[in-house]
Write a protein that binds this ligand. Structure first.
Ligand SMILES: [Zn+2]
Length: 116
């Protein structure tokens, strides 16, 4: 794991598979940071991350089992989350996916408001 400072927080990234670990609330901070997702997501920066196995993930903080969680807005994004500390793990590329949607969502929201 490498700690990468972004948006005032430090995110853990696995050196092997490129998956990212966010402590509770860190994900929101990164998504709210302009270019934050791009800066730390290996897939976005053209790195050679290999997909990580989806099984037997443990929380790096308290070693609890992680549960699979689909993003409410983007069901194809499967994150793993810890029910004990609230941490979230995303595979390489998934953070970029989440961030892109946020921008599109904001744009759609704006368009809807203009129609009123
Ligand atoms: Zn935990």
């Amino acid at each position: 794991m490498t700690r990468i400072p972004v948006g005032g927080v430090e995110v853990d990234r696995c050196d092997g598979c490129g998956s990212l670990w966010f402590d509770a609330l860190e994900l929101d901070r990164v998504l709210a940071t302009k270019g934050g997702a791009k800066a730390i997501d290996l897939k976005a920066s053209g790195g050679t991350a290999s997909p990580s196995p989806k099984t037997a993930h443990k929380c790096p903080v308290d070693h609890s089992d992680l549960i699979d969680m689909s993003d409410l807005r983007q069901a194809h994004i499967k994150s793993q989350c810890c029910t004990v500390c609230g941490g979230i793990q995303l595979d390489a590329g998934e953070l970029t996916d989440l961030a892109n949607f946020s921008l599109k969502e904001r744009f759609a929201h704006l368009l809807n408001r203009m129609k009123d």
